[in-house]
Ligand binder design. Structure first.
Ligand code: CDT
Length: 308
């Protein structure tokens, strides 16, 4: 029987001038609170260490290299690794990665209770655009500052559980979930920074954004018989608002814990991973029911075609 107490550590807005050390202090406070509640695995958001800088445009992208980490752990994040090890807690968080080859990725890592990085995931589905677009109410320049990830979606067994990672916009894509599901994933952890307003439509505000977020999480968890954590960086950052709504979802697609505010907040659930087996051996028994001879378009075609 595999049970773990799992947590989402939602982080409120991080302003431009906030140091990595100050953010890590906030992360540690939530980690200690989690430890006091017996939590064994904790998830932090996408790009936890910095403000969501892709809302800003710079002509010379090198000016933004200071938002990126060139090693992990580093001086600022080492206390996080040390505290998690002392607590015997596994964890995941997102940050901006600049590789020795000079490549920029939106990255998340999965770290074992022994402090070993067990999985590095680089965001696949980068939303937004690469150039300044004045018709948008705000910029979302992830395609300018990051390369599409080169890792793909991988699953590793940690703390007795098959764990996988995805980042923010990835949660809206069924392909993400199914590739993880095909590796018998039992816990998917996803950090996000979701602006509360669609930058091309006044009709899509915070309520609809929360709806689409939960819809994606619940469908992904249910259809792949997995526990899932979605954890926000949210509230107001540099005058821009992002949705909260961190959730923990069970393998039946039900939300079992939900954040109530838009600041630093911990939500916790007792996850019984044996519950993943029922869906995976019945309705979503992939080996019994999938018909791959009809799925060719999923990998052969990117955009939608029109009927002849
Ligand atoms: N960070 C990130 O990926 N944000 C996107 C905003 C685009 S809205 C479709 C998200 O999917 O939440």
């Amino acid at each position: 029987m595999t049970k773990l107490k799992i947590a989402a550590a939602q982080i409120g807005g991080i302003q431009k001038d906030e140091s990595r050390e100050a953010v890590v202090a906030r992360m540690l406070a939530l980690m200690d609170e989690a430890h006091a509640q017996g939590v064994q695995f904790i998830a932090y958001p996408e790009m936890t260490l910095t403000t969501f800088f892709p809302r800003f445009y710079v002509e010379d992208r090198a000016e933004f290299d200071h938002w990126f980490e060139t090693e992990m752990p580093n001086a600022a994040t080492a206390p996080l690794f040390a505290r998690a090890k002392a607590h015997g807690m596994g964890f995941t968080f997102g940050y901006c990665e600049l590789t020795p080859e000079g490549l920029h990725y939106n990255t998340a890592i999965l770290v074992s209770p022994e402090g070993e990085i067990r999985l590095t995931y680089r965001k696949t589905h980068l939303p937004g655009h690469a150039e300044y677009e004045p018709e948008r109410s705000h910029q979302h320049l992830e395609k300018r500052y990051f390369l599409p990830g080169d890792t793909g979606f991988n699953v590793t067994k940690m703390q007795g559980v098959n764990m996988g990672l995805a980042i923010c916009n990835d949660r809206r894509w069924p392909e993400t979930w199914r590739v993880l599901g095909l590796q018998s994933v039992q816990l998917v952890a996803i950090g996000y920074n979701t602006p509360s307003q669609n930058n091309l439509s006044k009709d899509e505000g915070p309520a609809r954004r929360i709806y689409h977020h939960e819809l994606s999480m619940c469908a992904g968890a249910y259809q792949n018989s997995t526990w899932a954590i979605a954890v926000a960086k949210c509230g107001t950052e540099d005058g821009n608002h992002m949705i909260g709504g961190s959730v923990i979802v069970d393998p039946d697609g039900y939300v079992v814990a939900r954040a109530t505010g838009e600041g630093d907040e911990l939500i916790v659930a007792e996850a019984d991973f044996d519950r993943c087996a029922f869906g995976a051996s019945t309705v979503f028994d992939f080996a019994a029911h999938r018909r791959i001879e009809h799925y060719g378009r999923i990998t052969a075609q990117t955009g939608a075609s029109q009927p002849e």
